[in-house]
Design a protein around this ligand. Structure first.
Ligand code: SF4
Ligand code: FE
Length: 500
């Protein structure tokens, strides 16, 4: 059973993974200097659970043992809230994406979806899934989610694609299980997981039956190829120093995962052909995942701190516009956190006992995340000044020929060591332009669905009929309570006005 970060590092070694990076197969991925920072970020989730067990671990209802909170099924609003608090803390501790939320949100969504599928079809999925989860709890493993298909022609359904493999699907069956083929793009933390949950990426129709497959596969299953995703400035991790990387210890990870006839055994299949339930699974997953993005408020805390440090090192901290910019950054950052945590507090139970977060607020949270980190980054760059992008290299800083010159001329306030100022610039560069801008900016835009995906959900859930009625009543216009109004009152506002 994995307990410490050391156990975790050990567990990743010696696996038969087929990983390509820079045109070559990688011998030991977890030790590759470009991959290692992403492993460290996941390792921190284990260490946090030991340092702060109340925050980052729970007693498993299935094994009775203490396990990581990332493996827990939320059976109360408080469980959802604690996930968010853990995510903010990990964002603060790593300044990057710690990769475990996809799996957590996926199996929370699967827990209730398999329960409801079985009720409709007398299928055995829920029981199988609980058995799988119990085993994961026993080992305290990392579970990754594999959801986002490469999608090909966006105007076509999976079965209509010119190439059937553009969405993961079943290619053949035996009495023991099924074989799948296809590819999942930008899979967060896939190599740093022990198991992957393969799931459909969107609503499916009857003709997409072979695409309605959910199952668990070990990360090193035969037939899986990983092609590692590059990140901006990633090779700085391979230059040997630790200043230019900006955040030398921690980074995120995405890779393309290609399945070529990968076997899933029957006990590990949690949906097979029940295409009507694909949308329930995807929607529940995105509900969880869109409020998981409070992780970015923890990362934002680091960037606000970096900006406050650099203005101090520059001697500019007393200017009123500078203080005001730090206030603005905080306002934006807490707006992300506020909506995410509210989505969790306003969570509600499913028939399985698992709690779902409020979907309106979860979508609003993620929609903030598609914008505010950009503005927070703009302000951080404003406060830092141009040196964060014109700074000479670490090698020049350390070269005896130029060291004294740079030390002298890169000095800010006399009492601040030049190297500290150098490091702070590099951290801001890392978070707003470098490796961790991948997670803090573009992934904030597109992860868990691009902005338009949230707007579609918000449009569906915004209860306009209910609001139109409010206005008519006050304006003195006669109202007729249509079914639409009555029905709508039960959803979002039903939760808003539910009394404890
Ligand atoms: Fe978790 Fe945030 Fe990374 Fe998604 S982006 S896996 S929510 S840390
Ligand atoms: Fe993500």
């Amino acid at each position: 059973k994995i307990q410490t970060s050391q156990d975790y590092y050990q567990s990743l070694k010696g696996r038969k993974l087929k990983v390509y990076l820079f045109g070559e197969l990688v011998e030991e991925p977890s030790e590759h200097p470009m991959i290692r920072p992403s492993v460290n970020a996941v390792a921190e989730t284990y260490d946090l659970a030991l340092r702060e067990p109340e925050l980052a671990s729970v007693i498993s209802p299935f094994t009775g043992e203490r396990i990581n909170r990332f493996l827990h099924i939320s059976t109360s609003a408080n469980d959802l809230v604690l996930q968010n608090k853990m995510q903010r803390k990990l964002g603060q501790n790593t300044g990057t994406c710690f990769q475990r939320c996809v799996g957590m949100d996926a199996f929370n969504a699967l827990f209730s979806t398999t329960f409801e599928m079985d009720k409709s079809y007398k299928t055995p999925y829920y029981e199988r899934f609980v058995a799988f989860l119990t085993e994961m709890h026993r080992r305290n493993f990392v579970i990754g989610g594999a959801m986002t298909d490469v999608k090909g022609d966006r105007s076509k359904a999976p079965h209509e694609q010119a190439d059937p493999d553009l969405f993961v699907h079943i290619t053949r069956r035996t009495s023991e299980g099924v074989y799948i083929t296809g590819a999942k793009a930008h899979q967060t933390g896939c190599l740093n997981s022990h198991w992957l949950l393969v799931m459909p990426t969107m609503r499916l129709g009857e003709k997409d039956k072979d695409y309605a497959i959910v199952g668990a596969v070990p990360v090193d299953a035969p037939g899986i190829t990983y092609i590692y995703g590059r990140q901006s400035c990633d090779t700085r991790s391979m230059e040997g120093g630790n200043m230019d990387a900006g955040n030398a210890n921690f980074g995120g990870q995405e890779a393309m995962v290609i399945f070529e006839d990968v076997f899933i055994a029957n006990p590990l299949i949690f949906m097979d052909g029940e295409y009507e339930f694909a949308s329930m699974l995807v929607e529940r997953f995105t509900g969880y995942h869109r409020r998981s993005y409070v992780c970015k408020s923890g990362v934002g805390d680091v960037l606000i701190g970096a900006a406050a440090n650099i203005v101090e090192m520059n001697g500019a901290e007393k200017a009123s516009h500078i203080k005001d910019k730090l206030v603005e950054m905080t306002h934006l950052n807490e707006t992300i956190y506020g909506t995410g945590i509210a989505a969790s507090y306003q969570g509600y139970p499913t028939e399985s006992g698992a709690y779902l977060p409020d979907d309106v607020l979860a979508n609003v949270c993620k929609h903030h995340v598609t914008r505010f980190p950009y503005e927070i980054s703009r302000l951080a760059q404003d406060l830092a000044g141009g040196l964060m992008v014109t700074l000479p290299s670490e090698q020049d800083y350390n070269n005896p020929e130029t060291h004294e010159l740079l030390k002298k001329y890169l000095k800010g306030k006399p009492n601040v060591p030049t190297e500290d100022r150098f490091r702070m610039f590099r951290l801001i560069e890392n978070m707003t332009l470098g490796r961790n801008a991948v997670g803090y900016l573009t992934e904030s835009m597109h992860g868990a669905g691009s902005p338009q995906a949230q707007r579609i959900q918000i449009a569906r859930l915004m209860q306009l009929e209910y609001k139109k009625r409010l206005a008519k009543v006050l304006a003195g216009i006669e109202v007729v309570d249509t079914d639409a109004v009555v029905e709508e009152a039960g959803s979002y506002f039903g939760r808003v006005f539910e009394l404890p």
